[in-house]
Write a protein that binds this ligand. Structure first.
Ligand SMILES: C[S@@+](CC[C@H](N)C(=O)[O-])C[C@H]1O[C@@H](n2cnc3c(N)ncnc32)[C@H](O)[C@@H]1O
Length: 454
């Protein structure tokens, strides 16, 4: 950890390259660890003008609301988010996606021609052996003390201050080992889907809930074929992954409009960590962005946006369309809010919930709060430009199946009630509303026929 504080110092204080390399190697001829070697190579590639630009970006990171002061030593590493500030700075030195995203968030708009999104080249090979070695070293020690992959992920996610994670319950010796051994910059230098294999190796997740990760080479190719693997694409296309896993399908996407969900909480946690490392716009979207979610020419939210939380990674069952998410993704013990995406239960569809008011009260006379609810409901029912997934191919679980049958019954009652008030009003609902209902009922038909994800 100390080394990485020094690297940040080197860039911030414009230390000449040879002195910088000496600091990294600590006076030794050769670097000691994989991390030191990688960062040494990396510092050699830095041009002086790049350093100046990076210094400005590091100052921007420090003034961001997500910045936290780094821990000085292991004793100081008990606070929620103790490593987030340093991780944000390291990411800025290595790539710079967070600072690009902060700039877009500050302007509240995305300009295709002006905003430069640094590339993040994923690979299953370059440097990944080094990262795996480092993760193995973290775990081999912890394993003998009875800890598992889950404990390490809790430590890592808590250190980044992500709301899904709780204070890790491990002994001081293990904390010291992880503090000394884990090197987040290595994961940033060599982007890959590390946590998918980690969860299989150290938490026995293979096959759990139909979890089999898709190799990154395949998801990179899928993204290329869909046209989302190329930075020249329209970065605003919305891509939804209902069976997110650790994020393999969305990680290589060049879109800035990503949404993912999984019903396995370990997967949600892994996806959050990997989004922090590589795809900030998947993890943290505090408000809609003009040019991504809001169209200036139409003057309306024109792409899916969820207003009740500030993240696009949800935990829940995609067959039901029911999820939960922390209200604020970077706040400790944050309350969870309900999120519904095309819910099978029509009563949970917010567009239908506000339908009567929408049809009966003239827009100019409507209370501001109600207008706001209607705007939010409509933003949620916009749907996605693309759904990209590798779903499980097994049978549906019993709980989901029972729930779907119950919704089928309660939807029939809901539709009867709706018909009664519509008859009284003698007004025809908008074709859009009818579409929502038809779509939901056809999904139920498919799913009760055991079609599961097909
Ligand atoms: C075959 S794995 C694919 C994971 C990831 N998409 C990838 O390509 O590496 C399927 C994933 O779907 C998740 N899953 C299965 N049924 C689900 C459901 N009903 N709702 C949400 N996620 C589900 C599992 O937890 C698992 O992570």
């Amino acid at each position: 950890m100390l080394l990485y504080k020094q690297i940040i110092d080197i860039v911030e204080n414009d230390v000449p390259e040879d002195v910088a390399l000496d600091v990294v190697k600590g006076g030794r001829k050769k670097a000691k660890s994989e991390g030191e070697e990688a960062i040494t190579r990396f510092l050699r590639t830095y041009k002086p003008e790049e350093r100046l630009a990076k210094q400005a970006l590091l100052a921007q990171i420090e003034s961001s609301p997500l910045y936290t002061e780094p821990a000085n030593d292991v004793a100081d590493s008990h606070k929620f988010g103790w490593n987030r500030g340093m991780a944000l700075k390291l990411e800025t030195i290595i790539r710079g996606r967070w600072s690009a995203w902060f700039t877009i968030l500050d302007k509240q708009r995305f300009d295709e021609d002006l905003d430069d999104i640094p590339e993040c080249e994923f690979s299953m090979f370059d440097g990944s052996a080094q990262v795996k070695k480092m993760l193995d070293r973290c775990m081999s020690h912890a394993y003998s003390s009875g800890y598992r992959g889950h404990d390490f992920m809790e430590w890592l996610g808590y250190s980044l201050g992500i709301a899904w994670f709780e204070k890790p319950d491990v002994d001081e010796r293990t904390l010291q080992h992880w503090y000394d051994t884990f090197d987040i910059s290595l994961m940033m230098l060599y982007p890959s889907d590390y946590l998918s294999t980690f969860l299989i190796d150290y938490q026995g997740q293979s096959g759990v809930g139909g979890y089999y990760p898709t190799p990154l080479n395949a998801t990179m190719m899928i993204n290329q074929m869909l046209g989302f693997g190329n930075p020249k694409i329209d970065r605003t296309v919305s891509v939804y992954e209902p069976c997110l896993g650790a994020g393999a399908m969305l990680l290589p996407s060049e879109s800035l409009n990503l949404i993912g969900a999984d019903f396995n909480i370990s997967m949600v946690k892994a996806a959050c960590i990997q989004a922090f490392l590589y795809q900030p716009w998947l993890l943290y979207i505090p408000h809609p962005i003009t040019g991504i979610h809001f169209s200036e020419s139409e003057m309306r939210i024109n792409r899916y946006f969820e207003f009740s939380c500030d993240s696009n990674i949800f935990h829940g069952d995609s067959l039901l369309g029911e999820y939960r998410c922390p209200k604020e993704i970077f706040k400790e013990s944050e309350e969870l809010v309900d999120i519904h995406i095309n819910p099978l239960d029509l009563r949970k569809n917010s567009a239908l919930k506000w339908e009567k008011e929408f049809m009966t009260i003239p827009w100019d006379e409507m209370a501001y709060e109600m207008k706001w609810e209607i705007v939010k409901a409509q933003a949620r029912s916009l749907g996605f430009d693309c759904v990209a997934s590798n779903p499980p191919f097994g049978a549906m679980n019993k709980f989901t199946m029972e729930q779907i049958r119950e919704y089928e019954k309660s939807n029939v009652a809901f539709l009867a009630e709706r018909k009664a008030w519509l008859d009284q009003l003698e007004k025809t609902p908008s074709p859009h509303t009818e579409e929502i209902i038809d779509f939901t009922m056809s999904l139920i038909e498919e799913k009760t026929g055991q079609l599961s994800f097909f």
